[in-house]
Design a protein around this ligand. Structure first.
Ligand code: NCD
Length: 334
């Protein structure tokens, strides 16, 4: 796929060879992300960073990724502080903001909203999460992380065993990640959730039709002896009421004791974050923080590399980043 000028709305757009290309470019972004060297390749370019739903890492890492390529960021956060709260359509907002920007990153609570917005945009739009539907950049950074973490144990994505745990119905990250995994070979997936929060059928069928082994369960302990455990948060903002969400919070808690008893000695622990650390949820306990296989912060760091790669690719400068290199004059502690 030629990425220049393209929207990135869904992982369905990618073929396996595209993933390899993105990961290759992401890897080349490391010295820039680690402040070993700077680039001005996007000097003068503007990112419109529109977040109509809560976000910390996705919003900030989109912004940092653009800044690290030399560009400027303008952003709005929250529905109430935008003209959408005055009844403006996504189309009109897109027409206006796209004339102010060179590329737009957007998150919105409704399924399909980012694609609808993209129809009005004159510049590439990157989906930062549309409701419970998709989160393509998260899936890319998750897969990039899986690849790196497994490589440290001389393992590959093909043939791996992954357990996804938690709210698989409303979690957009597990939807997008599963669709990407379907492009690989012989994966064994344990899908662990309360039955009411099971992975949507269309995602399970896509995995099964691609020849992967899918095991569905509502028991965590017996299903986490995998290469990767991908824990998730109950997506309380997608429930009718907080009471409804509370029925499920805290059902699957991974801590050091359970990890030691039920996981493999090198099971990699992932989570898209934020982990819900309140005592009635606590799906990933702080007592795992010193575990070398806890990859959650490496995973979040990789988000910058993937988003840098996507900006460089959609703006057609992926091969020019080094040409606009310059020194880092400050003392970097990275
Ligand atoms: C996820 C999201 O927003 O879908 N977070 C993220 O982008 N890293 C997962 C979540 O909020 O639970």
């Amino acid at each position: 796929m030629n990425f220049t000028g393209q929207h990135i709305l869904s992982v369905n757009q990618f073929e396996r060879e595209d993933l390899e290309y993105i990961f290759n470019i992401a890897q080349k972004m490391e010295p820039y992300a680690h402040r070993k060297v700077r680039t001005k390749v996007l000097e003068g370019a503007i990112l419109g960073n529109l977040f109509f739903e809560p976000s910390t890492r996705t919003r900030v890492s989109f912004g940092c990724a653009f800044n690290l390529l030399g560009g400027e960021v303008r952003e709005t956060t929250g529905m109430q502080s935008s003209a959408l709260a005055k009844g403006e359509s996504l189309y009109d907002t897109a027409r206006v903001v796209s004339s102010y920007s060179d590329v737009i990153a957007m998150r919105h609570p409704d399924t399909g909203s980012v694609a609808e917005f993209a129809e009005g945009s004159r510049v590439p739009v990157i989906n930062g999460g549309d409701g419970a539907n998709e989160h393509p950049t998260q899936a890319l950074l998750d897969l990039y992380t899986i690849d790196k973490e497994l490589a440290a144990f001389e393992q590959k994505i093909d043939g791996m065993h992954i357990a996804m745990v938690g709210d698989l119905k409303n979690g957009r990250t597990v939807h997008s990640l599963s669709k990407l995994l379907a492009m690989y070979k012989n994966i064994h997936l344990n899908l662990v959730s309360p039955s009411e929060l099971a992975m949507p059928d269309y995602v399970v069928s896509a995995l099964e039709n691609a020849g992967h082994k899918v095991t569905i369960s509502d028991k965590m302990e017996q299903n986490i002896d995998a290469d990767i455990v991908y824990q998730t948060r109950i997506q309380e903002e997608r429930f009718e009421s907080q009471d409804e969400a509370n029925k499920y919070r805290g059902q699957f808690r991974l801590n050091n004791e359970i990890y030691t008893k039920y996981c493999k000695s090198n099971t990699v622990i992932m989570h898209p974050l934020p982990r819900d650390s309140r005592s009635d949820a606590n799906e990933l306990d702080n007592d795992l923080n010193q575990n070398p296989n806890l990859a959650i912060f490496r995973q979040a760091d990789n988000g910058v590399l993937i988003r840098m790669a996507l900006f460089a690719m959609t703006l057609g400068v992926a091969e020019k980043v080094d040409k606009y290199q310059c020194d880092v004059p400050w003392v970097s502690s990275k």
